[in-house]
Design a protein around this ligand. Structure first.
Ligand code: NAD
Length: 364
């Protein structure tokens, strides 16, 4: 199969769908890899690194899309890329079609088979191609939070780990899933006092077990949240209710009760946010705003700040599926792999995923 890797064109997107090592693996399996010039630049992979692994560098965007039988991308195609859609093309990328009707219709109209990273699902219900980005965002939330706690950035002027004779910072994390436990791990490593508020007792048992009691867990209820938030130097929002908007667990009154110069990092902002005073999404260029004396960080694409790490993390988990698709072709691959089958969102002009069909109000 010929696999094409275009350069991402979405604003502030520096990841790339394939590393040079991935190109080498596809090549070794007997496939051809065509990479757009500069596709890997944002993640510090020069064209020569792909060539060294046997990939060829295309003459431009059009050349990649026209030669490829399977296009591997990171973000959903934008309207200027729709012109390259054609019957039989296989597209393997994050698609988020439930929120993109124009793209859904373009894929259907041209008969493109769209396999979406975010709907590939393992038998235990987990979404393996979303997990690495939660790991990155969780770990990063403490890194950015500790930076904004510095006085120079408008924070309280606190060192997360304290020093002998001076207490460490209080890091309060709402939600102990992938983001929450990864945030906790870094905060603990930096010497902070860490508390996770969760609503799942089983999850708290797990956290207590793996961290050997060094992280305190508290049942997530308004009373405990209000008490914890008041003491927080760094508050991290990491709650997810699958398929629903994030609940506003922290009210404006609770934010008003926080210490001056404390920092909120609401990682769940992409699902609407867990903090009532997070009323807008911020960007890497202008990441924080101040409200009631508290710094609010609300960047929806946190992994974009560390594209090289994120590219490795993403491609580590996409590669086995990419190889399966390339080796067997879409039809055989999805017939043999139920998890991959759940990734198919469009096929031969039809929507093949129930939630996407419901969101677009189209037949499934
Ligand atoms: P997850 O499913 O692994 O964890 C969510 C946790 O929230 C679960 O343990 C669940 O029990 C808990 N929870 C649900 N309701 C709760 C409540 N009322 N109180 C306390 N805990 C509650 O999800 P995740 O992968 O950790 O993702 C968390 C959020 O981070 C999601 O909204 C995700 O989209 C977002 N995210 C954002 C970025 C970004 O760049 N901003 C990147 C990755 C993920």
């Amino acid at each position: 199969m010929i696999i094409g890797v275009p350069k991402e064109i979405k604003s502030s997107e520096y990841r790339v769908a394939l590393t040079p090592a991935g190109a080498g693996m596809l090549k070794a399996a007997g496939h051809e890899v065509v990479v757009e010039p500069g596709a890997g630049e944002g993640s510090s992979f020069p064209d020569e690194a792909y060539q060294a692994e046997g990939a060829s560098i295309a003459s431009g965007t059009k050349d990649v899309w026209e030669r490829a039988e399977m296009i591997m991308k990171v973000k959903e195609p934008l309207p200027e890329e729709f012109r390259y859609f054609r019957e039989g093309l296989l597209l393997f990328t994050y698609l988020h079609l439930a929120a993109a009707q124009e793209l859904t219709l373009a894929l259907m109209d041209k008969g493109v088979s769209g396999v979406a990273y975010e709907t590939i699902q393992l038998p235990n219900g987990s979404l393996p191609l979303l997990t690495p980005m939660s790991e990155v965002a969780g770990r990063m939330s403490v890194q950015v939070g500790s930076q904004f706690l510095e006085a120079f950035y408008g924070g309280r002027g606190i060192l997360l780990g304290g020093v002998p004779g001076v207490p460490p910072a209080e890091v309060i994390i709402l939600g102990g899933g992938v983001v929450g436990t990864n945030a906790a791990k870094i905060a603990l490593g930096m010497g902070a006092n860490v508390v996770i508020l969760e609503r799942s007792a089983d999850r708290m048992r797990y956290i207590d077990d793996v961290f050997n009691g060094r992280i305190r867990t508290l049942m997530s209820n308004p009373y405990n949240i209000a008490n914890a938030v008041r003491k927080a130097d760094l508050l991290i929002g990491a709650v997810l209710i699958p398929g629903a908007r994030a609940p506003h667990l922290v009210t404006e009154e609770m934010v008003k009760s926080m210490k001056k110069g404390a920092v909120i990092v609401d990682v769940a902002v992409d699902q609407g946010g867990t903090i009532a005073t997070i009323d807008r999404v911020t960007t890497h260029k202008d990441p924080v705003y101040e409200k009631h004396g508290v710094l609010h960080y609300a960047v929806a694409n946190m992994p974009g700040a560390v594209p090289r790490t994120s590219t490795f993390a993403l491609t580590n988990v996409t590669m086995p599926y990419a190889l399966e698709l390339a080796n067997k072709g879409l039809k055989t691959a999805v017939n043999q792999n139920e998890s991959l089958r759940k990734g198919v969102n469009t096929y031969k002009g039809h929507i093949t995923h129930p939630q996407v069909a419901a969101a677009a109000d189209l037949p499934y």
